[in-house]
Design a protein. Structure first.
Length: 163
């Protein structure tokens, strides 16, 4: 008898079937992770922009505004009646964002003083419906000017509510 080397047709088909089944089960999970990473990245960009706006307000001792809208954000200062864009950036087109603005006074506090301001981001849904989905994040700026990313579905005392 001769000993055979290699794999037979049955073994190859079995391995291909198992690998295909594993990939079919894993792809939705990978796609979900990629989608969530887009949201987390957009939220981190917006948080960074808020910190830059506060820093510019302190440095210039004037009111600086972070303005956000669909697909963009910008940091601007109103000096002598002219609006000067200091920094600007874009967001992933798949991330929906509440249009709005957050202002920082020259002391680094929110403007109007004492206001807690926020902007909502959502993935695949309108940010107004954030209470009904896991794919939302909130940029929250407290009265002292501290910017944090929060999960609007978690209460303030829950672990992981804000980072």
């Amino acid at each position: 008898m001769k000993s055979q080397r290699g794999w037979g047709l049955i073994e190859v088909l079995l391995v291909v079937t198992l690998v295909g089944t594993g990939m079919a089960l894993g792809l939705p999970t990978v796609a979900d992770v990629l989608e969530r990473s887009r949201l987390v990245s957009a939220a981190a960009d917006l948080e960074h922009a808020a910190r830059v706006a506060r820093s510019e307000a302190l440095k210039r001792n004037t009111t600086v505004v972070l303005t956000a809208g669909p697909g963009f954000w910008q940091v601007s200062a109103d000096s002598t009646g002219d609006t000067e864009v200091l920094h600007a950036g874009g967001l992933d087109a798949r991330v929906a964002l509440d249009s709005g603005s957050i202002a920082f006074s020259g002391s680094g506090l929110t403007h109007p003083v004492g206001a807690q301001l926020s902007l909502d981001l959502a993935l695949g849904v309108d940010p107004e419906n954030c209470a009904s989905t896991q794919r939302c994040r909130r940029l929250q700026v407290d009265a002292g000017g501290l910017a944090r990313i929060c999960d609007p579905l978690k209460g303030s005392g829950q672990w992981g509510a804000c980072s």
